[in-house]
Design a protein around this ligand. Structure first.
Ligand code: PBG
Length: 331
């Protein structure tokens, strides 16, 4: 027998062989496409820090939904940019709010499209925090966990009423899954699943999104509710409580710098694991591609494959429409 004994290259000799032994396959079915809906008329405005991603007003949304459906994507994640913000995020749970209107309209245009509602207050509060801010006698401001839950429950119910297929609470308050599950059940929506943003890190990778959602905190940061990027055992605790409280799917966010966490949840839980390929992960690729420094298509498909290989069952990504089209071309 000649040296080397093991020749791994044998299975890489042709495209056919490589495709036969390929372990991970991406498909449009894996993607959730985020959409930003805003007030006003005839708005289709590109978000400067996220080339190719737009704010849509209701009257321009239908064309976008048709395009999403045509690309083969099965699901969208909705974010609302309201006209009015106040301290308690009233427009988040207004039955005629921007989110609720958009969900209702989309279910009319494309009843089979899975519409996921991001359930949070940060885009709807004037201070930009994900809950109710409590200021004590020393002018020290904190986000009040239990008072926030009540408003999140109202938000989730109003989104379910509007026709949302999945409720995705992203606020990182303790007990949020339990509270929302109880609220939905009581309101008659026991069949509506919860996709919990279970492991959400306090990350610099949300920068461009905050431009898009106008949701940057006006003071302080989110470090008292979102997780420390240095921690991983804490991710298990977050996931553990959410699963116990009835979460149907678990999310890890961001994705790229946290693929170890994606793998950890995959190995420890039987519910679908969702990775959020967040705004700055997208913007960095777009910026480098615009400079001609990288091959955008190859980089995007490799990145998304990596997320899936790490254990993601589903990927939320702003690249979804492009990726779905590239996959179709290759097939
Ligand atoms: C709301 C929310 C955020 C994102 C999704 N939902 C921002 C934040 O926590 O500040 C970020 C998504 C992205 O960066 O693409 N809480």
């Amino acid at each position: 027998m000649s040296f080397p004994i093991v020749r791994n290259r044998r299975l890489r000799r042709s495209a056919g062989l490589r495709s036969l032994v390929r372990e991970t396959a991406l498909s449009a079915n894996d993607f959730i496409y985020p959409l930003f809906v805003t007030y006003g008329e005839n708005v289709k405005e590109e978000i400067p820090s996220m080339p190719g991603v737009y704010h849509f007003s209701m009257d321009r949304l239908e064309e976008e939904i048709r395009d999403v459906v045509a690309s083969g994507i099965q699901s969208v994640l909705m974010f609302g940019v309201p006209e009015h913000k106040d301290a308690v995020g009233t427009s988040a749970y207004d039955s005629n709010g921007i989110m609720q209107q958009a969900i209702r309209a989309i279910k009319g245009w494309a009843p089979e499209l899975v519409v996921i509602a991001d359930t949070c207050l940060c885009g709807f509060t004037d201070h930009g925090h994900c809950g109710v801010v409590h200021v004590d006698e020393h002018s020290c401001a904190t986000v009040d966990n239990d008072a926030s839950l009540e408003l999140l429950v109202r938000t989730a119910i109003s989104q379910a009423e509007a026709g949302a297929d999945i409720i995705a609470p992203s606020n990182m308050m303790d007990g949020f899954v339990h509270a929302i599950r109880g609220g939905l059940d009581e309101a008659g929506y026991s069949d509506i699943p919860i996709l919990a943003y279970s492991v959400k890190y306090a990350s610099a990778f949300y920068g461009p999104f905050r431009d898009a959602a106008h949701s940057a905190p006006q003071f302080g940061d989110r470090k008292t509710y979102q997780m420390d990027p240095a921690n991983v055992r804490e991710a298990l605790r977050e996931a553990e409580s959410d699963v116990a409280e009835g979460a149907d799917m678990l999310m890890v966010k961001p994705a790229l710098a946290y693929l170890d966490v994606v793998r950890l949840l995959k190995e420890n839980y039987d519910v679908p694991v969702v990775a959020y390929n967040v705004s700055a992960e997208y913007s960095m690729v777009k910026a480098a591609a615009a400079n001609g420094w990288i091959n955008e298509k190859a980089i995007v498909l490799e990145t998304l494959t990596g997320m899936k290989r790490a254990g993601a069952d589903i990927i939320i990504t702003y690249h979804a429409k492009d990726a779905a089209r590239w996959l179709k071309e290759e097939a």
